[in-house]
Design a protein around this ligand. Structure first.
Ligand code: AMP
Ligand code: GLY
Length: 434
C-alpha cells in the first residue's frame, strides 16, 4: 500500500526507516520530511497542519494509511478530519493517531489531570487556575510546599513547565503565564502541582482504545548540559532498555497506569488509534504519571523503533482489524542508545544552513549504528545542511549501554558541521552495568 507519514524530525526518519522495511509498504511519502527521510521515500512539500492539502494529496496518490508523527495536527483534529472524509474508492484511511478528544491527553494538562483523577491513575496532586481565580491561585502557591511545579495548560513546545524553588519564583511565573500570557492561549489556564522526586522513564504503547501493546521504553536526557545541567531541550539522547525496569515494576506500571488509562478511554468513548507516550516517574517503588503525550517521543523513537522487531505497518493494521490483542511484540534485546547532535545556541537561537560533512568511509563500517536526520535539508546541489536545532540522532546497538553510547560517539566524531554539539555523557548512570 501507499503510506503517507507526517512530520520532519528524527522521530519521523526513524518511523520512515521502519515503515519501508514492511512487507505492506509499496511507496512511502513524507510530508514535509528532511534530508534523511529522502533515503526512505519521497518528500512532499506540505505542512502537517494543512489538512485540505493532505487530503487532496492522499486522494491523488492512492494513499491508504496516514501516520501522524507530531502532536500539533492531532490536537487540531486531523484524525477527525480524515475520518469524516473518504479516499477515492469510498473507503476511509487507516489513520494512525488519536481523535482530537484523545489528543487532549497531551493538548490540555487540565484535561489529562482530570482524566487521571476520574480513572484513579497515580499522578501528582494538583489544582488549576485561570485569571478568574488568579488571587486564589496566588494563595494556593504561597501555601504550597517547595519546589512547586507550574504547567501551562496547552501546547507550549515543551517550554510550558516551570519547577520553582521559591514562592517568589512561582508567583512570578504564575503571573507571567496567566496575566502576561507568556504562552498565549496555552497559558490562560495553569496547573499547579506537587513536585515528585524520582527517576523519569517513558513507556510507549500502541492502542486501538480497547486493546494495547507495550512497544518499548526509554530514558531521555532533557538538559542541554552534561550532568543534566542547563536549559531543557526536546531531548539530547536516549537509552533503552533500562536496567532498573524490572518485570515486577513493568507489571506495576501496566496494572496501575496503562490498563486504567485504556479502560478510561473505552469508558469515556474516546477514539484512539495510535501511540500513547507515558511520561512516568519512579518515586521509591511506585510509578506516577508526569504527563501523557499522544504521539511517539523524539528522540525516544530513535531507540524504541530500532529495538522493535515486528513489522510496524502490520502493527498499525492490527489496530484496525482487531488483531492487536493477539500480536506478540518482539524486541532486539541488545542495548540501544541515541545521541543527538545540535546546532550552536540550541535550545536558544541558532543559525541554519551549515554544511554537514559525513566521513562516509568510516561511518559505513559502523554496521551497528544508524544516522537518523532531524533538522536537516538537502539543497538542490545534493549537499546536506542544518535546518533546525536538533540536527542528527545517531543510534547504536551494543552489548551494554556503555558500548552503544561509545559507538554513537565514534560515528559522531566522523560528522562535522560548524557549531556542532552533543552530550558525551548520555546513559551515564548505566555505564557500569554489564
Ligand atoms: P512535561 O513538559 O510535562 O514533560 O514536563 C517537563 C519536565 O518537567 C518533565 O520531564 C519532568 O522532568 C519535569 N516535571 C514535570 N512535572 C513534574 C512533577 N510533578 N514533579 C517533578 N518533575 C516534574
Ligand atoms: N523527548 C520528549 C518528547 O518527545 O516529548
Amino acid at each position: 500500500m501507499n503510506i503517507l507519514l507526517l512530520g520532519s524530525g528524527g522521530r519521523e526518519h526513524a518511523l520512515a526507516w521502519k515503515i519501508i522495511q514492511s512487507k505492506h509498504c509499496d511507496n512511502l511519502f513524507i510530508a514535509p520530511g528532511n534530508a534523511g527521510t529522502l533515503q526512505c521515500g519521497k518528500n512532499i512539500d506540505i505542512s502537517v497542519n494543512d489538512f485540505e492539502a493532505i487530503k487532496k494529496f492522499s486522494i491523488e496518490n492512492d494513499i491508504e494509511m496516514i501516520v501522524v508523527g507530531p502532536e500539533e495536527p492531532l490536537v487540531k483534529g486531523i484524525y477527525d478530519f480524515l475520518s469524516s472524509s473518504s479516499n477515492q474508492s469510498g473507503k476511509s484511511w487507516f489513520c494512525i493517531g488519536p481523535s482530537a478528544n484523545g489528543a487532549q491527553l497531551e493538548g490540555s494538562k487540565a484535561f489529562s489531570k482530570k482524566f487521571m483523577q476520574r480513572n484513579n491513575i497515580p499522578t501528582a496532586a494538583y489544582a488549576e487556575f485561570t485569571k478568574d481565580n488568579f488571587e486564589k491561585g496566588k494563595k494556593y502557591i504561597q501555601q504550597h510546599t517547595l519546589p512547586v511545579v507550574l504547567k501551562a495548560d496547552g501546547l507550549a513546545a515543551g517550554k510550558g513547565v516551570v519547577i520553582a524553588n521559591t514562592h517568589e519564583e512561582a508567583l512570578n511565573s504564575f503571573e507571567e503565564m496567566i496575566i502576561h500570557q507568556q504562552f498565549g492561549e496555552a497559558s490562560s489556564k495553569v496547573v499547579i502541582e506537587e513536585f515528585l522526586d524520582g527517576i523519569e522513564l517513558s513507556v510507549f504503547v500502541l492502542t486501538n482504545g480497547k486493546d494495547y501493546k507495550i512497544i518499548g521504553h526509554a530514558k531521555d536526557y532533557k538538559r542541554i548540559g552534561e550532568g543534566d545541567t542547563g536549559l531543557n531541550t526536546g531531548g539530547m539522547g536516549c537509552v533503552s532498555p533500562l536496567p532498573f525496569l524490572t518485570n515486577d515494576f513493568m507489571q506495576k506500571i501496566e496494572t496501575e497506569i496503562i490498563q486504567p488509562t485504556i479502560n478510561g478511554l473505552q469508558k469515556e468513548n474516546i477514539i484512539y488509534n495510535g501511540f500513547i507516550f507515558f511520561g512516568l516517574i519512579k518515586v521509591g517503588d511506585e510509578p506516577f504519571v508526569i504527563e501523557y503525550n499522544c504521539r511517539m517521543g523524539d528522540p525516544e523513537t530513535e531507540v524504541v523503533i530500532p529495538r522493535l522487531k515486528n513489522d510496524i505497518v502490520e502493527l498499525f493494521l492490527s489496530i484496525y482489524n482487531n488483531t492487536l490483542k493477539n500480536t506478540v511484540i518482539e524486541f532486539d534485546e541488545r542495548a540501544c542508545a541515541t545521541i543527538v547532535a545540535v546546532s550552536k545556541g540550541y535550545p536558544g537561537d541558532y543559525e541554519k544552513g551549515k554544511f554537514i560533512q559525513f566521513n562516509n568511509s568510516v561511518i559505513q563500517e559502523s554496521e551497528n549504528s544508524i544516522i537518523f536526520h532531524a533538522g536537516t535539508k538537502m539543497n538542490s546541489d545534493g549537499t546536506i545542511v542544518t535546518n533546525g536545532g536538533r540536527v542528527l540522532a545517531v543510534t547504536s546497538f551494543g552489548r551494554n549501554i556503555a558500548d552503544a553510547v561509545q559507538l554513537s560517539k565514534n560515528v559522531l566524531r566522523n560528522i562535522f558541521f560548524e557549531g556542532m554539539y552533543f552530550r558525551n555523557d548520555i546513559g551515564y548512570e548505566f555505564r557500569s552495568e554489564s
